[in-house]
Design a protein around this ligand. Structure first.
Ligand SMILES: NC(=O)c1ccc[n+]([C@@H]2O[C@H](COP(=O)([O-])OP(=O)(O)OC[C@H]3O[C@@H](n4cnc5c(N)ncnc54)[C@H](O)[C@@H]3O)[C@@H](O)[C@H]2O)c1
Ligand SMILES: [Zn+2]
Length: 355
């Protein structure tokens, strides 16, 4: 078990990572939220039958009374109705400002639990217990919380940092293979933008990391440290934090154009593959680095291309909430481990993507 300190400017907290990490939940709650007498455990229909009882028991050990809210698993639930139900559940149970929310699940759960906590009584503590690879390395850390609305994903939310994040590696055992693979998209993204050592480790593991809990713990911890390093410099996403969007500018367009039927991590991998090719054509990325990057994606069963046209990619990117003014912030990796934010006009971006 190990701890990575997550140093956001608004709040510093521990991310505790390891097999059996859930066993420290009660002690952590007692230490960090001494005034808490009630906890709302937020989870969903796939995860709750597996881990809710364990989490309830651990929190109970801290002398805290629990209520829970279990929603239907899946992105379709990530809306205001579920969050409103969480607010009501807490109000009915007489929660006060010193009580807490615990998010137990993948990124859908941790995003909503975080948002419910950020908004209930103008903000109460949240503790995240992510259960998917993507939530462990990305969604549950860094303080972005939110929900989807009809006009788009993650359009409403708040920056709200957790008090502690408990990442029990053994929870990953029950994750379906395709969901694990999707999470690898973000893991490899971190390797590309800031972490050549992680890249080498993934190459050496030769695609086999699922069954080695020690290695997984290592990889998850490296990812948490990578994201911490980026967020530390730019918590509110006005500058350098944007490098975490590598592969996402085009990935989001592919995802949206599929009506959200294509998984996020798969679309991001495609977006990275397209950016790699474009950088090679522009002469800014060495062919040998490009080959290594694409081989790594393939090794972890991720795609490296898509048939989206440059026109569709640029048009979609211009509609993205992340674009600023008339330009698009395009994230480039021209050397493994080094990312750059480049502002492009739609015309520049079109030329860059055209073969
Ligand atoms: N806040 C952020 O910074 C941030 C970053 C990246 C992604 N996100 C959000 O995260 C969400 C995607 O996260 P996700 O991929 O974890 O989605 P998810 O929460 O839907 O989980 C994926 C699937 O895995 C299942 N699952 C999760 N843990 C399991 C376990 N241990 N055993 C068995 N099944 C399990 C879930 O039931 C679901 O079917 C999106 O809504 C995205 O917007 C947020
Ligand atoms: Zn992503």
């Amino acid at each position: 078990m190990r701890t990575v300190r997550f140093p956001a400017a608004s709040k510093e907290y521990d991310v505790i990572i390891g097999t059996g990490a859930v066993s420290v939940l009660g002690t952590e709650v007692k230490k960090l939220c001494p005034g808490a007498v009630k906890a709302l455990i937020v989870s969903e229909t796939n995860v709750a039958p597996l881990y809710l009882e364990k989490v309830r028991e651990e929190i109970g050990k801290a002398g805290i009374e629990t209520v829970d809210y279990v929603f239907e698993a899946g992105e379709r639930s990530k809306g205001i109705e579920a969050v409103a139900a969480m607010w009501n559940r807490m109000a009915e149970a007489g929660f006060t400002r010193t009580d807490i929310v615990v998010g137990l699940g993948g990124g859908v759960t941790t995003d909503m639990a975080g948002f419910a906590a950020a908004t209930f009584l103008r903000g109460i503590n949240v503790i995240q217990v992510p259960t998917s690879l993507l939530a462990m390395v990305d969604a549950s850390i860094g303080g972005k919380t939110g929900i989807d609305i009809a006009m788009g994903k993650n359009q409403v939310g708040a920056f709200w940092q957790p008090s502690v994040v408990i990442e029990d590696i053994s929870f990953l055992k029950t994750l379906p293979d395709e969901v694990f693979t999707e999470g690898m998209g973000e893991v490899i993204k971190h390797a590309f933008i800031v972490d050549p050592v992680l890249l080498e480790k993934l190459e050496r593991a030769n695609g086999n990391i699922r069954d080695d809990e020690e290695l997984l713990e290592d990889i998850v911890a490296m990812n948490v440290a990578d994201k911490a390093g980026v967020v530390r410099e730019d918590e509110n996403d006005n500058g350098r934090r944007q490098i975490l969007n590598y592969g996402h500018t085009i990935g989001h367009v592919i995802e949206r154009d599929s009506g959200y039927t294509k998984p996020h991590g798969i679309c991001v991998a495609k977006g990275m593959g397209i950016m790699i090719d474009a950088c090679v054509r522009a002469g800014t990325l060495a062919a040998s680095d490009a080959e290594r990057m694409k081989d790594l994606l393939k090794l972890y069963k991720l795609p490296v291309s898509d048939d989206i046209t440059p026109e569709a990619a640029v048009k979609g990117a211009m509609n993205d909430k992340k674009k600023r003014g008339g330009t698009i912030s395009v994230i480039l990796v021209n050397r493994i481990g080094e990312a750059e934010i480049k502002k492009m006009t739609p015309e520049d971006f079109m030329r860059f993507l055209s073969k």
